[in-house]
Design a protein around this ligand. Structure first.
Ligand code: K1U
Ligand code: ZN
Length: 172
């Protein structure tokens, strides 16, 4: 297993639409293992493959909040079904938008259809943090960042700050 580099906005690779996985095999499981290790090290509660530069429809997640009782989860080719009319607001962060958190409103509940780590099809009802996190990660698979849900003023300010930090880091 290996910790991979996480892409930071405004890296244009984060704007790609990821392609479906054809087969859940050992090489995909190696990618998911690396993604989990990268997510735990960051630390974060979710990660989409495109955040480590791989444009495949793969998400890993652990929303347990338990460092000594991890509950890693993998979602391959996930689909969101039946998003609720009712919405919920959650203060989101993103490993590709470091050091910024803001409130985003999304459907409060949804159903998720996906393949798991072993390639088994699953259907699951999601609410609370699971619903928020899966929708945030699904956005990544479609080239969308959580800052796209904010005002243009806020988004431009964040992107300016990130560009400046990257300029300074490259110069040092
Ligand atoms: O970049 C990502 O997609 C990961 C992101 C997931 C997420 C967080 C909050 C709402 C929706 C989606 C993160 O994990 S940001 C870091 C974070 O939330 C966290 C870090 C350490 C402990 C607890 C939470
Ligand atoms: Zn994110």
């Amino acid at each position: 297993m290996a910790i991979r580099e996480i892409l930071v906005a405004p890296d244009p690779r984060l704007r790609q639409v990821s392609r479906p996985v054809e087969k859940v095999d050992d090489s995909l499981r190696a990618l998911m293992d690396d993604m989990l290790e990268t997510m735990y090290a960051a630390p974060g509660i979710g990660l989409a493959a495109i955040q480590v530069g791989v444009p495949l429809r793969v998400i890993v997640m652990d929303i347990s909040g338990e460092a000594d009782a991890r509950q890693p989860r993998c979602f391959v080719n996930p689909e969101i079904l039946d998003p609720s009319e009712e919405t919920a607001v959650y203060e989101e962060g993103c490993l590709s938008v470091p050091d910024y958190y803001d409130e985003v409103e999304r459907p409060a509940r949804c159903r998720i259809r996906y393949l798991d780590y072993d390639g088994e099809e699953k259907i699951e009802d999601a609410e609370g943090l699971l619903a928020t996190c899966i929708q945030h990660e699904m956005d990544h698979l479609n080239g969308v960042l959580f800052i796209d849900h904010l005002s243009r003023l806020k988004r431009d300010r964040i992107l300016r700050r990130l560009k400046k930090e990257q300029r300074l880091a490259a110069a040092s």
